[in-house]
Write a protein that binds this ligand. Structure first.
Ligand code: SAM
Length: 195
């Protein structure tokens, strides 16, 4: 297989961007798979900030970290990613979002356009030059298409001198497969950037 699957490609982007000692964000901790992956990349001198609005997701993420003896590398916060700027004060190298609902949990608790875009906006300010935000966009569930369209509208209007925006998508897969939007920061953004 020459073309990487969407989740593989998301991990590749993170692996290429992150170095030991970095500060990174998992904006949607869920069952903690990405938090663990990030914790492995940042090493003992780095830190992962993980966010989720569900207590069960926070607990699952903490258990996964404990299982791998990596809990000291992550701060798992029971709050929405729209509050990222309150909790993260250091420059960030990378952030990952998995949009949608947590499989095996309440399908009514989904990420939402306004809060997702608020978090992306704040993360673009926190990001180092050359840092990336990876969004894995699931859009098959009720509310998914509205969020997908709002995010695409927002990122498509980010000025390219500040941010490069990539879409990675298989065009002939069935049943609304997830796709990636990746943002790479090229230059410090004005705080009042208009999109
Ligand atoms: N990356 C996760 C994993 O490895 O298991 C899967 C994430 S799941 C697709 C989406 C998660 O986003 C759910 O756990 C949900 O509770 C969470 N979520 C919804 N709204 C949120 C918000 N405003 N801030 C942070 N997390 C949110």
């Amino acid at each position: 297989m020459k073309l990487q699957r969407v989740l593989q490609y998301a991990q590749q982007l993170l692996t290429d961007a992150i170095e030991v000692g970095d500060t990174v964000v998992d904006a949607t901790a869920g069952n903690g798979h990405d938090t663990l992956f990030l914790a492995q990349l940042v090493g003992d001198d780095g830190q992962v900030f993980a966010f989720d609005v569900q207590k069960s997701a926070v607990d699952a993420t903490l258990y996964r970290l404990l299982d791998n003896a990596l809990e000291h590398r992550a701060l798992v916060l029971h709050t929405g990613h729209e509050h990222v700027a309150k909790h993260v004060q250091k420059p960030v190298t990378a952030a990952i979002f998995n949009l949608g609902y947590l499989p095996g949990s309440d399908h009514d608790i989904i990420t939402k356009p306004n809060t997702t875009i608020l978090a992306i906006t704040d993360l673009l300010q926190l990001l180092k030059i050359g840092g990336i935000i990876v969004l894995v966009i699931y859009h098959g569930h009720p509310g998914g298409k509205e969020e997908r369209d709002a995010v695409i509208e927002y990122v498509s209007h980010l000025p390219q001198k500040y941010v490069h925006v990539l879409k990675y998508e298989f065009l002939n897969q069935q049943n609304d497969p997830p796709f990636i939007i990746a943002l790479e920061k090229m230059k410090e953004l004005p705080t009042d950037i208009k999109t």
